[in-house]
Design a binder for this molecule. Sequence first.
Ligand code: ARG
Length: 467
Amino acid sequence: MADDTTDTKSSNQMWGGRFASGPDAIMEEINASIGFDKKLFAQDIRGSIAHATMLAHQGIISTDDKDKIVHGLNTILSEIEGGNFEFSRQLEDIHMNVEARLATLIGPAAGRLHTARSRNDQVALDFRLWVKEELQKTEQMLTGLIAAFLDRAEEHAESVMPGFTHLQTAQPVTFGHHCMAYVEMFGRDRSRVRHAIEHLDESPIGAAALAGTGYPIDRHMTAKALGFREPTRNSIDTVSDRDFAIEFLSIAAIAGMHLSRLAEEIVIWSTPQFGFVRLSDAFSTGSSIMPQKKNPDAAELVRAKTGRINGSLVALLTIMKGLPLAYSKDMQEDKEQVFDAAESLELAIAAMTGMVRDMTVNTARMKAAAGSGYSTATDLADWLVREAGLPFRDAHHVTGRAVALAENKGCDLAELPLSDLQAIHAAITDKVYDVLTVEASVASRKSFGGTAPSEVRKQIAFWRARN
Ligand code: ARG
């Protein structure tokens, strides 16, 4: 918690003109946000510098006062960055902490900074800037994760593994193809991030409390100075909107869901029973009692972080759902949700990128599993359609009988003697054995987006060009 330095009994120096006494201790505690919104200090100072510069440019404050304000704000920035700033809970939030310090540093000129603005547009600005930067960071991290998958996909474009539906062996696929499925998912996450940056790229500052201002401000100037595309167009919406935060959380929740599915697969793949992958020592832990164990803790924690992120999304949607326009103090509860989710998402992406890059893939185990469970049964049915002219439904039935026979004999489809197959359907020739291997099965699936190594390589090239 922040240090309390000011006298509690006196009224607030920022808004206490009509208050005879200060707040109750509990009021102060429930009201203060400095404990978490101090994270916004850099955005707050950047916003104030742009605002003061615009005020002077418009002749609303003097150049002399503007210079003092800008100099003071820069001093405060280095104080905070250097850990030499005392945050006060009585000053509620980051905005008032900075402004009060500015008054100590430069005197009365500090009081001119808050002309033509309110904390309502100020917090909307600071938070938007923060979320924008976080989205940009997320975009880069997703690019790193996609790059890790592209490398693994390239390395394993030919490695055969079982493809699953219902977690039952379905048809052979390549590990490269499976990796590329995640490239598609994280690629969609990244395009959602890019769209969210476009949506939020409007500057709130100058909306003031909710109605705009009578001062001749230039909102286009501040928007430009702060790197926004343009100013927001409705002052009421501007101070009541937290869509940008909810969008960030939604994107984080969807990306988190993807990361969690991947985590779950890694947990399954790294069991001794599957043995498809071996995690590096760097991304696993041992057991204090069972020396043989290597636990996929990082994957499990990524799976769990998703729960936190979902919680944050639901929390903010719930905070906002009943609020009348425009600003209500409820909205102060937006930040912790976003900060927590951002931290969880960053950690999860970073841990996953490391795991994907480091894990050893056991291609022999994957190939052995790919051939089990009659995974080439569809290939037999397709052969009957193609070579013997059967309708697919009949071919399916014939294949079902072959599978039942193999199951009875305790062998694979490819191990059934030709006489057995011909007893089931006379049109079967020894050519059928060409399609019953897992390699032949994957190589035949050349449809666009299919699992054939040649197709997988095309998709890798497509993503390399856009990553
Ligand atoms: N700490 C507040 C928040 O995070 C800043 C805005 C306060 N505005 C107000 N009118 N009390 O939302």
